[in-house]
Design a protein around this ligand. Structure first.
Ligand code: ATP
Length: 639
C-alpha cells in the first residue's frame, strides 16, 4: 500500500472533530486495507509503529529531525530551524520545504506503508557507533522520496506527535464497522448511494438525507446481501458469513451492537493490540476473539478501581460483606511465569524484570505454580528501620538499569499480591474474586517482609472497617481498598468491582503539554508548565498552567532543572518563549478550587495549582479525565 493513501486519510481525519465521521472514514479505509499490512496500518493510525504493549521507543528528537529535514532538502539546519520557530510544527516545516524542493521535479518513487514502518522501527533498534548518523539517514531516506503531505505525517509519526484524534474507542468501533456485518438500526442504507452509514440525518458518504425509520428499514429488500435475523444475542453465530444483521426490534439492535463492541474491547484489553484483534476478526469472525487468551510473558492491562468518598460509600458500591485490603503505597507489578521464565511488568506494560532480581528470586521461592499471571503492589522498605517507604523513594528502582545489586540492598522491596488472572493454564478472569483469592492462598507461601498476600479482612461492619482503615494508615499505607467478593477481573477497566478509600482530598494527575522558557536567572529553565487532562477518547484538554510547587533546588523535590532536563528532549514545537512538548510527563497536582474557564480547552481551570510530585508510574493514558474534573467541580459546588 502506498503511504500517500494513509497521509490523505490523516488529512481528512484532522479536518473533522466529529467522532462518528472519524470512525466512518477509518472503517472505509480499513475495509480496503489488505490483510498483509493491516496491523501496520492500524499501528500507524494510532501514531505508532509498534503495538501499544511493545515498549520499544523511537527516541528521535526534534534536533535530529532538523538535521534529517536539512539532509533531505539540502536546506541549511539554521534555515530549517528558523522556519520551525515561525510556524511551530516540524511536520508542517517538512511539508513546506519538500514542497518547494520538488516543485520542479517529478515524484517518481513511491513510499509504501511497509517502508515507513520498517525504517521507523529500525530507529528503535540501532545501537553502537555511528547511531546518530544512521538514524538521520533512515528518516531522510523516507523524506527524500516523500511527497509533501507524506513528509508532514512521516515527521509527526517519527516524533510521536500525530494528533489526528483517533483514540482507542474510535479505532475499536471502526474495526467493528469494517469487519462485521452492519446492524440495521445502528446503520441505515442511504437511498441515494446505497451505502450503509451510521444513524445520522445526512449520509456520511454522499450527504443526502437519510430517513431514520427502523420499521421501514427492516422491511426493505436488500438484494444480493446475506442477512442474519436475530431474536436474541445468542443468535450471533458465524457472523463472517453475513453482510447484515436484522434484529427483532431497535432495542435489541443496540444491545447486539454493544455486545459486539464489548467483545472487541475485551480482546483489546487482553492483547493491547488492535492489529491482532482485527486480523483475528477477519480470519475467524467474532468467535475468533474468544481464542485470544492470556499468555504469560505478554502483559495485559490491569483492572483499575474507582474512588469512594468514605467507607459507607465504599460498601454501597461493592456490597456487603466486602474484602478490605491495605492500599499499599508502591507501584503495581504484573508477575508472569511460564516454566523457568519469569517476567515483571509495570502497569505501563514495561518489562522491568532486569531491575528486580530480588523479586524474581522471591517468586521462585514463594510461589508454588510455574505458570501464572498475578497482580500485586510492590513497596519499598527502609533497610534501617524496617518501615515501609512512600512511593517516591522506590521510583528510582524502576528506572535504574545499572548497579542493580547495589539498589537491591539500598532499597529492598516487598511484594504484596492481591489478584490472580491466570494460574496453571487456567484463565481466572471470570472466576469470582473470593475464589481467586483462595487460589492465591494455596499457591503463595509468604516470606516475611519479602513477598506475601495483601493484608485482607472480610467484613460487613463499618466499625470494623474503620478500625482496619486506621491500622492501614498507621502503617504508612495510602488508605484501603474495598472489593466486591463476587466480582470478575476486568482488564483495562476502571469498574466499581473495587474502590479505594483515602483520607485526603483529591489531587489530580495531569500531563505536561507545554511550557515557557523563564526570564532572567531562570532563562535556561522551563518555568511555567501547561497541564492537560484527557477525555474518554484520549484527547488532551488543557486545564491551566503551573509554576508553584516546583523547587529551585533538586534536594527539595521536583526542581525546575529536573523538569527542564526531562522535557527538553520532548520539545516538538516552539514559538517565541513557548514550547510544546510530547505529552509524556505526568505530575500530581493539588489545587485550591476548580473554576469554569473559557481560556482552556477543557472549559475548566485550576486555582492555585501546585505540583506535588512526578508520577513516573503513570502514562498519558492514566491521567485524570475531564469526567472526573467535572464531578469534582460539581461536588465542590454542593458543599
Ligand atoms: P492511585 O493513584 O490512587 O494509586 P491508580 O489510578 O494508580 O490510583 P487505581 O486503580 O485507581 O490506580 O487505585 C488502586 C491502585 O492502588 C492500584 O492501581 C494499585 O497500584 C494500588 N494498590 C495498592 N494496594 C492494592 C490492593 N490491595 N489492591 C488493589 N490495588 C492496590
Amino acid at each position: 500500500m502506498d503511504y500517500i493513501k494513509l497521509a490523505e486519510l490523516y488529512e481528512k481525519l484532522e479536518s473533522t472533530t466529529k467522532r462518528l465521521e472519524k470512525t466512518y472514514l477509518l472503517s472505509k479505509f480499513l475495509e480496503k486495507t489488505k490483510k498483509e499490512v493491516l496491523d501496520y496500518v492500524i499501528y500507524l493510525l494510532q501514531g505508532r509503529v509498534f503495538p501499544p504493549w511493545d515498549e520499544r521507543v523511537i527516541g528521535f528528537s526534534s534536533q535530529l529531525m532538523l538535521r534529517a529535514i536539512s539532509k533531505s532538502t539540502g536546506i541549511s539546519i539554521r534555515k530549517v530551524e528558523d522556519l520551525w520557530r515561525r510556524i511551530g510544527d516540524l511536520g508542517n516545516v517538512a511539508e513546506n520545504l519538500i514542497g518547494k524542493k520538488k516543485q520542479s521535479t517529478l515524484f517518481t518513487k513511491h513510499v509504501t506503508v511497509k517502508k515507513v514502518v520498517d525504517n521507523i522501527r529500525k530507529l528503535a533498534e540501532i545501537t553502537g557507533v555511528g547511531t546518530v548518523d544512521k538514524k538521520i539517514s533512515l528518516v531522510s531516506e523516507l523524506l527524500t522520496s516523500a511527497k509533501p503531505l507524506e513528509a508532514k505525517f512521516i515527521v509527526r509519526t517519527v516524533l510521536e506527535d500525530l494528533r489526528t484524534g483517533v483514540g482507542e474507542g474510535t479505532l475499536r468501533d471502526a474495526i467493528a464497522w469494517a469487519f462485521l456485518p452492519k446492524i440495521i438500526g445502528i446503520f441505515y442504507q442511504c437511498n441515494e448511494c446505497k451505502e450503509f452509514v451510521p444513524a445520522v440525518k445526512k449520509c456520511l458518504n454522499c450527504n443526502s438525507q437519510i430517513e431514520l425509520n427502523f420499521k421501514k428499514e427492516v422491511e426493505k429488500k436488500f438484494k444480493g446481501l446475506k442477512i442474519l435475523k436475530v431474536k436474541k444475542i445468542s443468535d450471533l453465530k458465524n457472523l463472517k458469513k453475513y453482510d447484515l444483521i436484522i434484529c427483532k426490534d431497535e432495542r435489541l439492535a443496540r444491545d447486539v451492537y454493544n455486545y459486539i463492541i464489548e467483545e472487541l474491547q475485551h480482546a483489546y484489553d487482553l492483547t493491547t493490540d488492535f492489529g491482532v484483534v482485527a486480523i483475528k476478526l477477519i480470519e475467524k469472525g467474532l468467535e475468533g476473539l474468544k481464542e485470544i487468551s492470556l499468555v504469560p510473558g505478554k502483559p495485559i492491562k490491569v483492572m483499575l478501581y474507582q474512588k469512594a468518598e468514605d467507607i459507607k460509600d465504599g460498601f454501597e458500591t461493592v456490597g456487603k460483606p466486602a474484602a478490605l485490603e491495605f492500599k499499599y503505597d508502591g507501584f503495581r507489578l504484573e508477575l508472569h511465569r511460564k516454566g523457568e521464565k519469569i517476567w515483571l511488568f509495570t502497569r505501563r506494560l514495561e518489562d522491568v524484570t532486569k531491575q528486580f532480581p530480588d523479586v524474581v528470586s522471591y517468586i521462585k521461592k514463594a510461589i508454588k505454580s510455574k505458570d501464572f499471571i498475578l497482580d500485586c503492589e510492590t513497596i519499598g522498605i527502609d533497610p534501617k528501620t524496617g518501615r515501609w517507604l512512600p512511593f517516591q523513594n522506590i521510583s528510582q528502582r524502576i528506572k535504574r538499569k545499572y548497579d542493580i545489586q547495589k539498589m537491591v540492598k539500598e532499597i529492598p522491596v516487598m511484594v504484596n499480591i492481591f489478584d490472580a488472572m491466570e494460574v496453571d493454564g487456567k484463565n481466572l478472569l471470570n472466576v469470582p474474586f473470593k475464589e481467586r483469592r483462595k487460589i492465591l492462598e494455596k499457591i503463595v507461601k509468604p516470606i516475611k517482609d519479602k513477598i506475601g498476600l495483601a493484608e485482607q479482612i472480610i467484613t460487613s461492619s463499618e466499625k470494623e472497617a474503620k478500625k482496619f482503615f486506621q491500622k492501614a494508615l498507621s502503617l504508612g499505607n495510602e488508605g484501603i481498598m474495598m472489593k466486591n467478593l463476587n466480582a470478575i477481573y476486568k482488564p483495562g477497566s476502571r469498574v466499581g468491582y473495587g474502590v479505594k478509600v483515602k483520607p485526603v482530598l483529591e489531587s489530580l494527575d495531569l500531563v505536561i503539554t507545554g511550557a515557557e522558557w523563564g526570564r532572567g536567572k531562570r532563562a535556561t529553565w522551563l518555568s511555567s508548565f501547561v497541564l492537560a487532562c484527557r477525555d474518554e477518547e484520549g484527547n488532551l484538554l488543557e486545564v491551566g498552567k503551573v509554576g508553584t510547587g516546583i523547587k529551585e533546588k533538586a534536594e527539595e523535590g521536583v526542581s525546575f532543572e529536573q523538569l527542564t532536563k526531562i522535557l527538553k528532549p520532548l520539545i516538538i514545537g516552539q514559538k517565541g518563549r513557548e514550547v510544546r512538548v510530547k505529552p509524556e510527563i505526568v505530575v500530581e497536582v493539588t489545587y485550591g478550587e476548580i473554576q469554569k474557564s473559557p481560556s482552556y480547552s477543557s472549559g475548566y481551570a485550576l486555582r492555585f495549582p501546585r505540583v506535588v510530585r512526578l508520577r513516573t508510574d503513570r502514562t498519558v493514558n492514566d491521567i485524570t479525565t475531564i469526567g472526573e474534573i467535572r464531578n469534582l467541580y460539581k461536588k465542590q459546588h454542593k458543599k
